[in-house]
Design a protein around this ligand. Structure first.
Ligand code: SME
Length: 159
């Protein structure tokens, strides 16, 4: 495909429906997992204008910053720490409408107000996470979790 996104639709659901097949087309023939994470982060940021979109990859007992789009971020997060570490520990998506209300939230930026984190998981083994931050309160809901889960399932299949 040409390296250009065309996002159609008004609702979040319509935008995800338009975006996901384009990410699949962009990544399916590329063997570099890191390149695919990089383009996925860029595509999500471009389509939705999120404040920060990126991946952390498990190294030992820490998550280490991977491909991302947005302001500079914390490099390492320990197991169970912050929203990212919680998603790793719980092995499930963690939706945070107001980061100030999440005990142990790690503030890489004061501008981040809400967040959703999903595990990249194969056979119950978490090897990374997708973290999406918004500068608006309560910006994520079950629609984001549904489509970002589909996206993570796709990325795991490429790993
Ligand atoms: N807020 C995250 C840390 C990562 S940054 O938001 C990019 C957390 O609490 O795990």
């Amino acid at each position: 495909m040409s390296e250009q996104l065309i996002i159609s639709g008004q609702t979040k659901k319509e935008k995800y429906t338009s975006l996901l097949p384009q990410i699949k087309a962009l990544t399916e023939h590329e063997p570099s997992f890191i390149a695919n994470l990089a383009n996925t982060a860029a595509a999500l940021k471009e389509a939705f204008g999120f404040f920060w979109v990126g991946f952390y990859l498990v190294e030992g007992n820490q998550l280490v910053l991977g491909p991302f789009q947005g302001p500079i971020a914390c490099t390492r997060i320990s197991f169970g720490k912050g929203v990212c570490g919680a998603a790793w520990q719980r092995k499930e998506a963690v939706l945070v409408p107001d980061v100030k209300q999440f005990p142990g939230h790690i503030a890489c930026s004061d501008l981040s107000k809400s967040e959703v984190v999903l595990p990249l998981m194969k056979d119950q083994f978490v090897f990374g996470i997708l973290d999406v931050d918004s500068d608006k309160l309560n910006d994520f809901d079950e629609v984001d979790v549904e489509y970002l889960t589909q996206l993570c399932t796709w990325l795991v299949s490429l790993h």
